[in-house]
Every structure is written in C-alpha cells, then in structure tokens.
Design a protein around this ligand. Structure first.
Ligand code: NAD
Length: 388
C-alpha cells in the first residue's frame, strides 16, 4: 500500500483498494441492518420508499453523504440509482480521485442486484451534465421519486455568465482567531482568518447555495422527470455555538441559508406536481470537504470522543440509514422539526454532549494536550476518506 501524502490537512493521494473496500464495508453494514429489520418486520413501520421499484438521482454520489445515500437507497431499499459526480478517472500516469474508485466499487457490487444503476461523471453545474441525466432518465423511461442534492465543491463554473466562482470558508464581519489540529503531527495549531469580502460571500453562495439545486429541479420538472408525490432533499449542516463563528455565522452558513430559502421556493414551484423539497440537517462527520474547514478537526475530535463514549457516534452511512428508516416514513410522510427541517443532527446538538465537547476543547486549548480527545479516531476517519 502507498503512504498518504497530506498537505495542510488535505490528502492528495489515495489507496484505491482501500477506497473500494470502504464501499464494500458500507454495503455490508446496510445489508446487515436490512436483514435485522426484515427479521424484526412486525416492529417496522411501513416505508413509502419500499413499496414499488423506485428511482433516485443522487447529485454528488461518489463521496460522503451522497455516496451513503446511493448505497442505502440501492442496497437497503431496492432503488434504481443514477449517481452523478465529478471525479478524476484513473489513467496510466495518474491515480484517480477516491470517488472514482468508490464509483467503480459501487458498480461492481450493484451488478448483483435486481435493480439498475447508472453512474455519470460530469460537472453538476454544467448544462451538459443536466442533459446527460435527462437523456439517461428518458432512455430508462423513468421519473425520479427522490432527488438527493449532495454537492460540496470549492468552485462553480457558471455557464450563463461565463464566470468561475470560488467558495471559501471564512467568518463574516469579524476576524476568527482559533485553534485547529494538524492531522498528521496531531498538534494544535493557531489559525486566524480575516473576514470575508462581499465578493467572497457572494461567490460562496453561488457555489454552495441553492441556485444550482433550483436549476436541476426546474430542468427535471420541465422534462417531466419528477414523479408525482416525490421528494428532493439537499443536505445541510447547522452546528452549534462551538462551530458557529466559522460555519453558521460565516460564508458557508450564508450559503446554507440560501439553500434553505431555495427549498421553500422550490416547494412553491413544484406544488402543482405534488413534489416536495426538504433540507436534511446532518451531523458533522469527516469527509474530503469537511476536513478542510478550519477548526473543525478540533471540534470533531472532541465530538467523536463524547459521542463514542455515549454510544451514539454515527458516520455517513448510519446517518443516511436513519434518514431513510426514521425520517421518510409512511407512504408520504416526512418527519421534520417545527421549522420543516429534517433533523439528523439531534444527538450531536444535545446540551449534555455540547457541554462536554466544549469542556474538552477548552481543556485542550488551555493545556495544549490532546490526550482527552479522540484525535486517533479523527485521523483514522480522515485517512479512510482516501482509502488509507
Ligand atoms: P464530499 O466531499 O464527501 O462529497 C462531495 C460530492 O460532491 C462528491 O461526490 C463530489 O464528486 C461531488 N461534487 C463536487 N463538485 C461537483 C461537481 N461540480 N459536479 C458533480 N459532482 C460534484 O462532501 P460531503 O461532506 O458529503 O458534503 C455533501 C453535502 O453534505 C454538502 O452539502 C455538505 O454541506 C453537507 N453536509 C456535510 C457534513 C459534513 O460534516 N461533512 C455535515 C452536514 C451536511
């Protein structure tokens, strides 16, 4: 096995076999959960996703929450899947990106299913990728019962204005001075981030806000590819006071507010065809995208420690299994909080958990010792996102 090459908390290579075996492990986890549920069928609530063959489109399907969504829907709930992602393919000269190997492993395992699965590699922000999906859906003669929007990207080429927008993770209106963990040396590091400019805020909203989700849903609607009474879900993160300065109150938080507003706007637009759109607030996990958010490694190392001790630690696959199993129940029922958000971040945000996380973080900052935190667990999860 090659060794991981990490620069500024970004892993720039991967272990292809490890990437593939991670997908297989997630599939095994879903299958064993499914078997347990089937044995316990009397206790199970009927599930609208289970009744007929169903079709899902996952936009951002090769890593993190999108990959988990594709695996859970295909292996847990017998969906046909179309998975779109933007990954570099393996070539003679260069390794592919982890998601490319994830896609290959998914396809290999999905061959044994009775359902069909199509992977499209392309830029979700482009008209071409949208047309590719429309073409596939027309050829397969299907409409989508579920559309998951799970894009995390640092940039977006906007074809209508021929502009490249870059997203950034920065505070808004104030400087952020804090600490993070260098994942390789496992040492605390100071970070200081200046407030985002208005241009940086606008660009981040362009990339990570809801505009592209709206474009997708409109073009699927126009092509009559949304099945009546279906759902679309976009993933979000809210976090707590401990992450707010860099997340909720920062550039990404503003983009997520735009995503939430887009869910409301889309609900109005799609009312006629009885299609509904939701935001699912997921818990903080280590993914290729979250690993580069400053200060998150410190927070997640403390969170993992507390949640593992309390027996409620979850990764992407467990979160999405809970989304499908507990939040999409009955024939058309979606379980939300009073603001209409689907909440999977409930355990993370419990007061007792947040208090303990805060104590661990403060103690680590005061003493400079990371021993009380689950830095090893964080580092393993970080390396696993690249197959190491
Ligand atoms: P990830 O980096 O693991 O995966 C991102 C996916 O987006 C990949 O499949 C990638 O190929 C795809 N992608 C990126 N740019 C693309 C493009 N131009 N065209 C097509 N596909 C593209 O990210 P993640 O952490 O799973 O995040 C997914 C969503 O979940 C985001 O909206 C994120 O905010 C949200 N979320 C993440 C966390 C977390 O802690 N990681 C928590 C809550 C919510």
């Amino acid at each position: 096995m090659n060794s991981p090459m990490v620069r500024s908390n970004i892993c720039i290579n991967c272990n292809p076999e490890g990437c593939k075996s991670n997908v297989k492990k997630d599939i095994e986890c879903v299958l064993s959960h499914k078997n347990a549920m089937q044995k316990n069928a009397t206790k199970r609530t009927s599930h609208h996703l289970h009744n007929n063959p169903k079709n899902i489109l996952v936009i951002g399907a090769s890593n993190g929450y999108g990959l988990a969504s594709r695996i859970v829907s295909a292996f847990g709930y017998d969906y046909n899947t179309v998975g779109l992602s933007y990954e570099r393919a393996e070539s003679e000269k260069k390794q592919g990106t982890p998601g490319w190997y994830h896609n290959r492993a998914f396809e290999e395992e999905a061959k044994h299913l009775d359902t069909w699965h199509i992977t499209i590699e392309g830029d979700a922000f482009s008209k071409r990728a949208k047309n590719d999906v429309l073409k596939v859906a027309s050829e397969m003669n299907v409409q989508f019962d579920l559309v998951i929007y799970s894009i995390a990207s640092h940039q977006r080429q906007d074809e209508s204005s021929n502009t490249l927008y870059q997203s950034c993770v920065k505070p808004v209106g104030t400087t952020f001075d804090g600490k993070t963990i260098d994942v390789i040396s496992c040492q605390l590091k100071d970070i200081s981030l200046s407030p985002a400019t208005q241009d940086e805020i606008n660009s981040t909203i362009k990339v990570m806000g809801g505009e592209d989700w709206k474009l997708w849903m409109r073009c699927l609607k126009e092509a009559s590819l949304l099945s009546p009474k279906g759902l679309s879900i976009a993933y979000s993160y809210i976090g707590s006071a401990l992450t707010a300065p860099i997340y909720k109150d920062g550039t990404i938080g503003l983009a997520k507010k735009d995503l939430e507003a887009s869910a409301l706007a889309l609900n109005e637009e799609l009312k006629q065809i009885h299609y509904r759109t939701f935001i699912a607030c997921m818990k903080g996990i280590v993914t290729r995208s979250s690993a580069i958010i400053p200060s998150l490694p410190l927070y997640l190392s403390a969170l993992f420690k507390v949640m593992k001790e309390k027996g409620c630690h979850e990764g992407a696959i467990e979160q999405v299994m809970r989304l499908f199993g507990e939040k999409l129940v009955g024939r058309y029922e979606v379980v939300t909080d009073s603001s209409g958000l689907i909440r999977l971040d409930d355990a993370e945000l419990k007061d007792d958990i947040q208090k303990e996380v805060e104590c661990l973080m403060q103690e680590a900052i005061k003493t400079g010792s990371l021993e009380a935190l689950d830095v090893a667990g964080y580092k393993n999860a970080f390396l696993a996102t690249n197959g190491f």
